[in-house]
Ligand binder design. Structure first.
Ligand code: ATP
Length: 461
């Protein structure tokens, strides 16, 4: 049964409401403090509120204050304000403060029931919309159910509403930009611009003006004052991709911007205030770069207020197949093809492949497979994942064994969702044997990612 909170200090009215609103569980509060207590306890979707509450029952001040606090607690609450028969002024004031509707005494059971039912219905529709929006958004952006991706998504949810400067670490093609966009979309800045700039793809001498903009006449060819990416992102989010590739000279200027949130355009003197949230990303080891003095330590700490590690595709278990299927759907639409799915050998090959280029590599392999496939199902060969399809000279037996074993280990590891004990079981070997194979084939990422014993070292072999 849906819960309705009725806020009224008149016992007679409380009884009347209880008898009238029989489709709901009606809970009561007689003043502002108890209303807020009940609100926290029951989280009702709909509230009826008498504006004349103690200690000021002849006026609307306490009721209006209560309304404001209810909406502060949960802006989605549908508050139906109840006023005296002639008090239209306060009723309208309540609507302008965010009340859903108003109702004038004396109480007519039928009318009140219609208003309350409508309020619940609207609240339900709004709720569904919110869930759908959140799901649709998640589905299209970050696809995957693996523990590692879910963990990263949970972090994004926590980071997004804050202003904290985030550093995204991950191999190339793991989806760093997708994650940066996700932080932006879930933040209060979602309606403002998201601007990404790849520091590695712009020549050093152009990067400064690209980021900070330039004044007319700042250099030959500067015909008009031009905003840089930082100013373009004003109010929104700026993604500095491949921050590790930013030249040292520019790092100092970037640090000043991050510390003081002011910039100077190239060739300009004026200090311009900008309100930008910054997300940085790199596939490099910034801590190592700091030690080698190719990245400023102070900037490192500034950009990595919080660090989010994006797992490589090979450590996302069955997500590889889920992402492949969703990409297949997309490419079928794009190329007007009707490929139905994957052969078993293709699925096994995908689960066993190392994916050094991560999702981008998967996209490329799939795109060409969709275009070139002769049958309705994509095979490992179509994906270029058959040992025989690689134009090597004849492989040695040792090489074939190594390839088969690493592929089988990775496959089992993905099926076992990163649990090494289960991986060993699936492969029919003991844990020590599995460890020595992992060491032999230098599959070190499996060791550090072990969901059961993270960072464990060989203890039994
Ligand atoms: N979880 C995911 N599901 C589906 N597609 C994804 C996912 N993550 C990333 N992608 C897609 O993979 C491609 C690479 O992602 P993105 O450009 O964000 O990676 P990146 O880590 O920023 O790469 P680089 O370091 O090379 O810039 C994009 O086309 C993106 O849409």
């Amino acid at each position: 049964m849906k819960t309705l909170l009725a806020i009224d200090d008149d016992l007679g009215i409380q009884k009347q409401l209880k008898w009238s609103l029989t489709d709901y569980e009606v809970v009561f509060a007689e003043d502002r403090p108890s209303a807020l207590q009940q609100l926290r306890r029951f989280e009702p979707a709909v509230v009826t509120l008498d504006l004349g509450l103690p200690p000021d029952p002849t006026n609307a001040s306490e009721g209006l204050a209560c309304l404001t606090e209810i909406l502060q607690h949960n802006p989605n609450t549908k508050v139906i304000v109840i006023t005296g028969s002639t008090d239209t002024e306060h009723a309208l004031q309540a609507i302008s403060l965010g009340a859903y509707d108003y109702y004038q005494k004396p109480i007519d059971v039928d009318v009140l029931n219609v208003i309350v039912a409508r309020a619940f219905k609207l609240s339900e529709i709004e709720n569904e919309n919110r869930v759908l929006k959140a799901t649709a958004y998640k589905q299209q952006d970050i696809i995957g159910n693996s523990e590692s991706i879910q963990k990263a998504c949970r972090m994004v949810e926590k980071i997004a509403p804050t202003e904290i400067t985030t550093l995204l670490l991950g191999e190339s093609g793991t989806g760093k930009e997708v994650f940066a966009r996700s932080i932006h979309k879930q933040s209060p800045r979602a309606d403002r611009p998201f601007v990404a700039i790849n520091c590695a793809s712009i020549p050093d001498n152009l990067l400064e003006s690209e980021l900070f903009g330039y004044e007319k006449g700042a250099f030959t060819g500067a015909h008009k004052t031009t905003l840089g990416k930082i100013e373009t992102a004003n109010g929104g989010t700026l993604m500095l991709d491949e921050i590790g590739d930013m030249p040292l000279a520019l790092q100092a200027k970037m640090l000043r911007f991050l510390q003081e949130r002011v910039i100077e355009r190239v060739g300009g003197r004026a200090e311009i205030e900008v309100d930008v949230r910054v997300v940085c990303a790199t596939h490099r080891n910034l801590a190592e770069m700091v030690a080698e003095q190719s990245f400023r330590e102070d900037l490192f700490y500034r950009v990595s207020e919080i660090t989010l590690n994006i797992p490589p595709l090979r450590n996302r278990g069955h997500d590889i197949v889920i992402i492949a299927k969703s990409l297949l759907h997309r490419f079928n639409a794009e190329f007007n093809t009707n490929i139905q799915g994957f052969t078993e050998d293709a699925i096994n090959a995908m689960l066993g492949h190392r994916w050094p280029g991560n999702i981008r590599e998967l996209q490329n392999k799939l795109k060409s497979a969709v275009i070139l496939a002769d049958t309705k199902f994509i095979s490992a060969e179509d994906l270029g994942l058959m040992p025989s399809s690689q134009p090597n000279t004849l492989p040695t037996l040792r090489k074939v064994r190594e390839q088969a074993e690493t592929q089988a280990i990775r496959h089992a590891y993905n099926v076992a969702n990163g649990n090494l004990s289960k991986t060993a079981d699936l492969l029919g070997v003991t844990r020590p044997t599995l460890y020595s194979l992992i060491d032999k084939y230098k599959m070190l990422d499996l060791r550090t990612q072990d969901a059961e014993h993270p960072g464990s070292v060989t203890e039994e072999s």
